[in-house]
Ligand binder design. Structure first.
Ligand SMILES: [Zn+2]
Length: 126
């Protein structure tokens, strides 16, 4: 369980240049992964769409990862396009670094930290 809640109004957009129309904004839309199995190795991509011309791009989440290296729950999440996993993947700085995009958070999320967890964090810090 995470000690905080993300109130999502929408997912952030990606500042990512489209190779077709040169627009610099892309969206995950409803959030879709593509999983490609090659023997015991998996490629996983997060699909994003240009907001201007609808061109789909693939952002590499895992490249030739051994199936056994992936948490089964996470792997299932990729197959069912789990919205929580889409969000977690999108905000992973490693994905942004590999995909050379930045996130446009304007009006996208609000983070709520319940007061009850403050004590727990304070205890951990001591
Ligand atoms: Zn485009």
């Amino acid at each position: 369980m995470l000690p905080w809640f993300v109130r999502r109004t929408r997912l952030p957009l990606l500042s990512l240049r489209c190779v077709d129309c040169r627009s610099e904004s892309a969206t995950t839309g409803d959030g879709r992964f593509r999983v490609n199995a090659n023997g015991k190795l998996l490629d996983v991509w997060l699909l994003v769409r240009c907001v201007s011309c609808d061109r789909t791009s693939k952002l590499t989440v895992h490249e030739r990862a051994p199936v056994s290296s992936l948490d089964p729950v996470t792997l299932h999440g990729y197959h069912v396009n789990d919205p929580v996993l889409v969000a977690a993947t999108l905000v992973d700085p490693a994905l942004a670094r590999r995909g050379r995009f930045t996130l446009d958070w304007t009006g996208a999320w609000r983070l709520d930290t319940p007061p009850a967890t403050t004590g727990a964090w304070a205890t951990l810090a001591e």
